[in-house]
Design a binder for this molecule. Structure first.
Ligand code: MG
Length: 234
C-alpha cells in the first residue's frame, strides 16, 4: 500500500490496458491475406510480421523522441517493410496503412485482467484517466470497442496536445483537465521511457508494467509484472 493518499490514476492505453500488439497482429494477418502479400513479398506471415514489428517499434521510438513526426511514421512503416522484401509499391503501402487503422479496431483484445482491475479501482472510487501516445483517430474507438469508456473520466491523446510522453507538457495537460493534484496522482504504463520515467520526472508516482520481464530499475519507479498486482498497491 502507498503511504500517500491517491485519488487519480492515469493509465497508458496501448499494451497497458488495450492489447495493441495482439490486435495489430490479428489486423495485419487479415490484411496480409486480403492483399495476397505472401505472393507479392515472397514471405510467410510470420516473416512479414517479424520485420514489421521491428520496423514499427523503431519508428515509434523515434516518434516518441521527436526525431520523426506522425506523417513520416505513417508513410514509412509498411513501405519500408515492403522494400525490405524487394517489393516497391508505395501506393499499396499507403492503402495498407489506411486499412490497418480501420481494421485494428475490429479487434479488442485486452491485456489480462484489464477490465477486472478497472472495475476494482472504480469501485474504490479512484478517478481514472487515460494518457495515450497513440493516434487520436483510433484512441477513442479503441476505448469504445473495448467497452472501457465508462471507466475513464478524461482521455488525453498526444495528438491533441501536440507533444508525446515523456514530454512533461502532456502530463501537465492531463493533470489539468483531470483537475487533479500531482501529489495525489499515480501513472501506470508499459513504456519505460515514455511512461515510467516520464511520469517520475514529471513528479508523479510511477508504476511500470513490465510485461516482458525486462527488470529495469530506476529510483522512484515501482515495477509490476501483471495488472492484478495493482491490487496490492491501491
Ligand atoms: Mg503503451
Amino acid at each position: 500500500m502507498l503511504k500517500e493518499k491517491i485519488n487519480h490514476i492515469f493509465f497508458d492505453l496501448d499494451n497497458t490496458l488495450w492489447d495493441h500488439r495482439k490486435n495489430a497482429r490479428l489486423a495485419l494477418k487479415k490484411l496480409f491475406d486480403n492483399h495476397s502479400l505472401a505472393d507479392k513479398l515472397n514471405v510467410d506471415f510470420q516473416g512479414f510480421y517479424k520485420c514489421y514489428y521491428n520496423s514499427n517499434e523503431s519508428l515509434w521510438d523515434k516518434l516518441r523522441d521527436g526525431k520523426i513526426d506522425k506523417t513520416y511514421l505513417r508513410k514509412h512503416r509498411f513501405y519500408d517493410v515492403f522494400i525490405d522484401f524487394g517489393f516497391n509499391d508505395f501506393e499499396l503501402s499507403q492503402t495498407f496503412e489506411e486499412q490497418f487503422l480501420e481494421t485494428i479496431i475490429e479487434f479488442n483484445e485486452l491485456i489480462p485482467d484489464a477490465r477486472e482491475i478497472l472495475q476494482y479501482l472504480s469501485e474504490k472510487d479512484y478517478v481514472i484517466h487515460i494518457v495515450s501516445n497513440g493516434f487520436q483517430e483510433v484512441t477513442y474507438r479503441k476505448i469504445e470497442g473495448g467497452a472501457l469508456g465508462a471507466y475513464f473520466t478524461t482521455v488525453t491523446s498526444a495528438d491533441e496536445v501536440g507533444v508525446r510522453k515523456p514530454n512533461p507538457e502532456i502530463f501537465q495537460y492531463a493533470v489539468d483537465i483531470a483537475d487533479a493534484k500531482v501529489e495525489e496522482s499515480i501513472f501506470i504504463g508499459d513504456d519505460w521511457i515514455a511512461d515510467a520515467l516520464g511520469a517520475r520526472d514529471f513528479g508523479m508516482k510511477s508504476v511500470f508494467l513490465d510485461l516482458f520481464n525486462q527488470n529495469p530499475y530506476a529510483e522512484g519507479v515501482l515495477t509490476i509484472k501483471e495488472l492484478k498486482e495493482i491490487k496490492q498497491i491501491l
